[in-house]
Write a protein that binds this ligand. Sequence first.
Ligand code: UT7
Length: 320
Amino acid sequence: MTSRIIGTGSYAPAQVVTNDDLAKIVETNDEWIRSRTGIGERHIAVDEGTSHMAVEAAKRAVENAGIDPKELDIILLATSSPDNCFPAGACEVQAALGAERAVAYDLSAACSGFLFALNTVNAFIQAGIYRTALVIGADCLSKLTDWSDRGTCVLFGDAAGAAVVQAADSGLKTMVMGSDGVKGPVLSCVARSEGNFLNGKTPQLGYMYMNGQEVFKFAVKKVPECVNQVLEAADMDIEDVKYFVLHQANYRIVEAAARRLKQPIEKFPMNMDRYGNTSGASVPLLLDELNREGRLERGDQIVLAGFGAGLTWGAALIEW
Ligand code: UT7
């Protein structure tokens, strides 16, 4: 027994911010952003947050799967930018969908979050504990961005992606997940509040910090490594993989992974030109795009891989 993705959905806020728009608020330009990252524009939330985006993506995934939300046993929301410390955003999704039977909670693994959540529900399904799951990756990093820091503010976009996963005979074949907390400080966002009446500190709002080059080096090494691991575990020839759906942080990272894996770049779909790096949403957003464009056929072998803050990384080999 394994689990199969039976429906996908995604959502991005209506407001589009172009590179030229950003050149009006920080010293940057379209040419630099495109040539260094592949990003042309991104969607930015105005009067909405992570939970609203997660709900919209979830509704579309449930509709695409053709199930009743009451069939859901578990809802896992992967996010590192929840609207609230509690209740969990997943509980808001549960309420909005009327998925009253489902247990719901959040999982924090940044840009690897969707992979971690998918692998977690798969473990529940394989163990026979749950049958039908909703996995969501949603992030609203625009609210954690220092909009005067050109090193980070040009990179990210807001979005949500979701998948309905169900017990099946074929589907998720092999997975790998990893964490390296020692390297955590290279990509971080400090706690929003560190004050209480004893320490006398004033509650603070934290912003994201990233050492881009360190993360770049980590990604270029780790992504091909974990892709090879899931293929080896399944005894699968890399030539049989139709698509490598990688976290959309930078087209240069995707190209480097393609080179190291000795695979044609056409097997690596990309959409960061239109969405930027949407963190936990990036893999399910791209998967939903491929699904809705009719580019995925039953039986296709697809590798998903994500990496990000933690540092964390994860990959899964799935049969569509
Ligand atoms: O999902 C989370 C994972 N995050 C990532 O995967 C990000 C990984 N890292 C990257 O994608 C790249 O490191 C960046 C896109 C963040 C940066 O690209 P880079 O080629 O590593 O550039 P750099 O940091 O070495 O900066 C090169 C120059 C610097 O100027 P000097 O020192 O050479 O004069 C920067 O100050 O580019 C400058 N720069 C910019 N210039 C125009 C940095 N940001 C900008 C900007 N516009 N937005």
